[in-house]
Design a protein around this ligand. Structure first.
Ligand code: GDP
Ligand code: IMO
Ligand code: MG
Length: 427
């Protein structure tokens, strides 16, 4: 009964979408378990680019069952837009299943996300302004609206009561205009008709798949260091991107996972605010950003770039129980004379390999680097590990020895096929 989780081992945008898409060819079902349309997962097949935000990467395989689990927060407007775009790109969505327990991101969540960010000034988190934080806040406060509510006759009344409260906040605290109830209700009745055929008890369906021994693939969004418990709090998202989120976010037993793939970019990037020990604020950082076109899939913001930080990857390997690393962008890191990898943090003269909780400690940490020779030449056509330049292999093998985890897949370009596979999955 193979169950593979794929999650980001850094600050998101590691290349999860492309590796999930790669593994999805073998999977029977692909399941998202947390996050929302703050995610932007890019997949490139035969020169065509697909940008996924809520729909699992399995959608590019004709009619493969795809599940949006209960742990995901869904903005119905964004979901419908994504469905339309994918349809135009030739995808079939007849096997898309949406959990009836998933919470909805409401227009007031988006607005509150923007207002609180704008209001925070210097203290802003740098969110995607997709309403993710306010939606998970309402979920925890037991004031959320779920997909099953949308199908219920009581929706209109529930929305009326909640909107009245939100309008108080919007007008009294932020001095803004109230949102119109009738207009919003009509809008959501439209979403209901469009989505109702997809809404179901996905926990039950996933359990049936599990019992039948189907190959389950779980697609994480965001990354380890954005986890609300283990990330650089408060500069985090509001969900659990790590493999630990799979069980809660789908309703499947914790034992469902037989393999955990941690996706690691060959260097580090981050969007939004928060500490970043190996950040490069010099020409090398700019070189990586331009060579890798490191601009956000969801918001278009420039990504902050830095050297690979194995303190972070080691932390993700421990917390997430990573059994295999998928390493992306070895091609992007090419053409540099020397490359550095952080192997420890010097905090007040003491070197640690453990990622600290305190932002003060992280802010004062100085990276301890190990240097390597870079590699040059186009590596995007290479499919066999031994075909990689010697210095690139040394880099890969150092990651393995430091983390104690094998590197099973290596991205040498963004295309589906531009990947070196070193082991089998789903066996
Ligand atoms: P995700 O959010 O983790 O799915 O990652 P994103 O799609 O936001 O960002 C990853 C970016 O890197 C996308 O533009 C991918 O097309 C690209 N990418 C992924 N793997 C590789 C790789 O091995 N080489 C190169 N050049 N680009 C890659
Ligand atoms: P994928 O799945 C990178 C970041 C935001 C911000 C913080 C909180 O594509 O890897 P939020 O809108 O979630 O409240 O923002 O988290 N963030 C991401 N960064 N990739 C993502 O998703 C992200 N989703 C959220 O930039 O710093
Ligand atoms: Mg992304």
């Amino acid at each position: 009964m193979p169950g593979i989780a794929v999650f980001g081992a850094q600050w998101g945008d590691e290349g999860k979408g492309r590796f999930v898409d790669f593994l999805a060819s073998e999977a029977d079902v692909v399941i998202r378990y947390q996050g929302g349309n703050n995610a932007g997962h890019t997949i490139i097949v035969d020169g065509v680019t697909y940008k996924l935000h809520l729909i699992p990467a399995g959608v590019l395989y004709n009619s493969k069952p795809c599940v949006i689990g209960n742990g995901v927060v869904i903005d119905p407007e964004s979901l419908i837009e994504e469905m339309e775009t994918l349809k135009k790109q030739g995808a079939t969505l007849d096997n898309l299943m949406i959990s009836d327990r998933a919470h909805m991101v409401m227009p007031y969540h988006r607005l509150l996300d923007s207002l609180s960010e704008d209001d925070a000034g210097e203290a802003m988190i740098g969110t995607t302004k997709r309403g993710i934080g306010p939606c998970y806040t309402d979920k925890a406060a037991r004031q959320g609206l779920r997909m099953c509510d949308l199908l219920s006759d009581s929706f209109a009344e529930k929305l009326r009561v909640l909107l009245e409260q939100k309008n108080m906040i919007l007008t009294k605290i932020y001095g803004g205009e109230p949102l119109d109830y009738a207009g919003m209700l009509e809008q959501f009745m439209g979403y209901k008709e469009r989505l109702r055929q997809h809404i179901c008890d996905t926990s039950l369906i996933c359990y049936d798949f599990y019992k039948q021994g189907k190959k389950l693939l779980f697609e994480g969004a965001q990354g380890m260091l954005l986890d609300i418990d283990f990330g650089t709090y408060p500069y985090v998202t509001s969900s659990h991107p790590t493999s630990g989120g799979v069980s809660i976010g789908t309703g499947l037993p914790p034992a469902v996972l037989t393999d955990v793939v941690g996706v690691v970019k060959a260097y580090t990037t981050r969007v939004g605010k928060g500490p970043f020990v190996t950040e490069l604020l010099d020409g090398t950082g700019d070189y990586i950003r331009e060579r890798g076109q490191e601009y956000g899939t969801t918001t278009g913001r420039p990504r902050r770039c830095g050297w690979l930080d194995l303190v972070i990857v080691g932390f993700a390997a421990r917390i997430g129980g990573i059994t295999s690393i998928a390493l992306s962008r070895m091609d992007t890191l090419g053409e540099l004379d020397r490359v550095k990898v952080c192997v420890g943090y010097d905090i007040d003269g003491k070197v640690t390999k453990n990622y600290p909780a305190s932002l003060d400690d992280i802010a004062s940490a100085k990276p301890v680097y190990k240097e390597f020779d870079g590699w040059s030449g186009d590596i995007s056509h290479i499919r066999e590990y031994n075909g990689l330049p010697q210095s690139a292999k040394e880099y890969v093998e150092f990651i393995e020895s430091e983390t104690g985890v094998g590197v099973g897949m290596i991205g040498v370009g963004p295309e589906r096929s531009e990947c070196v596979l070193r082991r089998k999955y789903f066996v």
